[in-house]
Design a protein around this ligand. Structure first.
Ligand code: FAD
Length: 467
């Protein structure tokens, strides 16, 4: 046979050729044009990912970085202030508004539409306990209600300003991530579902509660479902001409909180957190039946705990009030529900044990997810954006590599210190108000009323709750 006749040196030469071809192929894959390199890749273009891109572009130390935003959804269609209100809105805290101002997004939002909340009333269905929020002499708003799409629109306007350094890819779902060190590489590599791949110094996971980035980082999470859903809808209010709709209302029912957040003079956004079967029932109701159920939720008398009512009377008498400091008021009657705005969302808790590793970091719901009862979820995410951009800028100034975990850990420490107490507090509130056990009703009623009656504690509570 021919092979048997071949001299010994020829087989050595063939293996050398094979290994040369292999090496050439490997080099070609590494420098294939599909694998562009970026300083930073942001995975996920929700409210937090887009705001992060806008904030990076506005930071003087980081403005020249090459940034890629990967978003799984098709291209964002933009926001129109003449269209009906979108059904996904958020109560945005003062500190988030400060962030929007700092990154030139606030004028864009204010010019379009947003509704300041001047006061807020929160009350218990099982007792007379109530708390009322407003800044001294209305010096500033309690929060601002903004459509989620408008926040994204404002951030995209800043990202467009930063082109060509900033690029957005839509229909770009991250499938897997390879972190530096794991395969002897120095960079993080990101592969999309459609086969495209990129490398970067730092990958930031802003890809929401089911974050692929977090899973690939191998971070432990504490996560559970509340077996509750939030039903959202935009509702029409029966408000007299000339009256201002600027109060946010939240009543804790035995099945969960029901809240109305002002959108305009005549419309509010509803967030009704309840059991899963009840949420499905509300979703399927005829509009008139739904409106009746909603009005009843705000007014219905629930079984009361006499001992709690007596204790509250004693407490109020001690503080020199006949009733509570602020008399309980009832929200305006709902007279209609906007078509196709009813939608439900499952509720859960999630917290990642770590927000960073070499070559990657997490922000927003990818790192933490909470119950919407305190309107804090995306505000925590915007807090992450502020901390991460500051940390990256300080690191770049000091000569650290963007993905260096020794420096990124500073972001993690600051964010954990801010996020964990709020997450524990919000989860605690959910647990406290999910029961009708008499001692718990008594304790929570006294706690709420004491907070209402002690201005320094109330101010502290407002500061941490509203930023
Ligand atoms: C009913 C309800 C009411 C709420 N109200 C408030 C409120 O009043 N105030 C408040 O502060 N918070 C509120 N929240 C919480 C808030 O909505 C969330 O915290 C916020 O949406 C999280 O934003 P995010 O950008 O981190 O994540 P997401 O909004 O989940 O965005 C993640 C993005 O990543 C993309 N993505 C996902 N996977 C991939 C992938 N593999 N590759 C590429 N892209 C990917 C998604 O398409 C999406 O665009 C509420 C939540 C609910 C459910």
């Amino acid at each position: 046979m021919l092979l048997m006749l071949r001299p010994k040196g020829a087989s050595v030469a063939a293996s050398q050729v094979r290994s040369l071809v292999k090496r050439l192929l490997a080099t070609e894959t590494a420098s294939t044009p599909a694998e562009e390199h970026y300083d930073i890749i942001i995975g996920g273009g929700g409210m937090v990912g887009t705001t992060l891109a806008a904030a990076l572009s506005k930071n003087r130390t980081l403005a020249d970085k090459k940034v890629l935003l990967l978003e799984a959804a098709p291209e964002f269609k933009g926001f129109s202030a003449s269209a009906p209100f979108h059904n996904r809105v958020s109560a945005i805290s003062q500190s988030s508004i400060e962030l929007f101002k700092a990154i030139d997004c606030w004028t864009h939002i204010e010019k379009a539409r947003c509704k300041p909340v001047k006061q807020m009333q929160v009350w218990d269905a099982n007792s007379d306990a109530l708390i009322h929020f407003q800044h001294d002499n209305f010096a500033s708003d309690v929060a601002c209600i903004i459509e989620n799409n408008l926040i994204i629109d404002a951030a995209y306007a800043r990202i467009r300003d930063a082109a060509p350094n900033y690029k957005v890819l839509n229909k770009a779902r991250i499938q897997c991530v390879s972190l530096p060190g794991k395969s002897g590489e120095h960079n993080t590599r990101v592969q999309l579902q459609d086969g495209r791949s990129f490398s970067c110094d730092l990958l930031i996971g802003a890809d929401g509660a089911n974050s692929v980035v977090r899973k690939q980082m191998g971070v432990d999470v504490l996560a559970f479902n509340y077996d509750r859903m939030s039903l959202v809808a935009n509702v029409d209010l029966n408000i007299e001409e000339g009256c201002d709709n600027s109060v946010a209302w939240q009543r804790f029912l035995p099945s969960g909180p029901v809240a109305l957040l002002p959108l305009s003079d005549k419309q509010s956004s509803l967030v009704w957190s309840t059991t899963v079967p009840h949420a499905r029932q509300l979703l399927a109701m005829q509009p008139s039946e739904f409106v009746d159920a909603l009005n009843e939720a705000f007014c219905r008398q629930y079984p009361r705990l006499e001992v709690a009512d007596k204790a509250l009377q004693a407490l109020n008498a001690f503080f020199g009030h006949q009733g509570s400091q602020h008399q309980r008021q009832y929200p305006p009657r709902v007279c209609g529900v906007q078509e196709r705005t009813r939608a439900t969302f499952p509720l859960g808790f999630l917290h990642a044990s770590s927000y960073v590793c070499n070559g990657a970091a997490l922000v927003g719901d990818a790192a933490h997810r909470i119950h919407p009862l305190a309107g804090q979820g995306v505000n925590l995410g915007f807090g992450d954006v502020r901390e991460l951009v500051d940390t990256l800028a300080a690191g770049a100034y000091a000569g650290f590599k963007l993905g260096d975990s020794q420096h990124l850990i500073k972001y993690e420490r600051k964010s954990l210190a801010r996020n964990v107490p709020i997450m524990i507090g919000v989860h605690g509130l959910h647990s406290l108000y999910s029961t009708q056990l008499s001692p718990v009703v008594l304790l929570r009623s006294l706690g709420l009323q004491l907070t209402e009656n002690l201005p320094p504690i109330k101010k502290l509570f407002m500061k941490s709750a509203m930023g």
